[in-house]
Write a new protein. Structure first.
Length: 239
């Protein structure tokens, strides 16, 4: 799915990953589930690209529904996988998330679990090797992505700001679709280790000028970063 001149999405509103394309090649942000591999290959082909054009993969954090095809891309195609140092062990499967389910609705949760299982979510392949990144780092990858530390959902959660794509990729620092309740619109993400810290971390992106806010779950948001943050805080305060 093409969102803009430099921007593509694979997956759907349940689980998504993204591609940034420039003349230098392709940067992938998040790796969804293992079954998204065929969508990655098809999207690259539709762009007139191939796996050989992928210069790097950035993980917004180390959860299983974001690392799906990461090890395959690294192992079989030599693509470096970048993740914040605080989530490196999580991406390698050495540390497990601490968050509980919280509120859920049976229908929405069943749809999420069904989709995840259909896309290989029950067969996670963890990373065996990662490249650690830190807050403020600008990576030498297509689009010159800048790392913004967003701890809360996990210790090493990050946002990735890519001005050429007019986008900020936020992983699970926020969501526009709660996969457990089905609620739409900007809101705190479920499965968050430290909800209070995640809410405070939103200040780190609030002043960004980016048309697109691109979460790991939910529809792309183009209503402005500040408005998204306002809505998330309102939802959190109403709980």
């Amino acid at each position: 799915m093409r969102l803009g001149p430099h921007l593509h999405r694979i997956g759907n509103d349940i689980v998504a990953a993204y591609l940034i394309e420039t003349e230098e090649g392709v940067t992938v942000v998040d790796a969804g589930l293992s079954g998204h591999w065929s969508e990655l290959v098809a999207e690259l082909s539709g762009m007139g690209r191939s796996l050989a054009d992928v210069r790097g993969l950035i993980l917004t954090h180390g959860d299983t529904d974001h690392i799906g095809f990461a090890e395959r891309l690294r192992r079989d195609h030599g693509v470096p996988v970048h993740v914040h140092s605080a989530d490196a062990a999580r991406a390698r499967g050495e540390v497990k998330p601490e968050a509980s389910f919280g509120k859920f609705k049976v229908g929405a949760t069943a749809r999420f679990l069904w989709y995840a299982s259909r896309k290989g979510g029950l067969r996670t392949t963890y990373l065996t090797e990662v490249t650690a990144v830190e807050d403020g780092q600008v990576l030498d990858l297509p689009g010159a992505p800048r790392v913004i530390g967003m701890p809360g959902h996990s210790p090493g959660s990050i946002a990735v700001h890519v001005p050429v794509a007019d986008a900020v990729f936020v992983g699970d620092a926020l969501t526009t679709r709660n996969v457990l309740t089905g609620r739409q619109g900007p809101q705190p993400a479920p499965f968050t280790d430290d909800p209070a810290l995640a809410l405070a971390s939103l200040a780190r992106v609030e002043d960004l000028r980016a048309t697109w806010i691109l979460p790991g779950h939910g529809a792309p948001w183009n209503g402005g970063v500040r408005e998204a943050v306002r809505q998330i805080k309102a939802v959190a305060e109403a709980r």
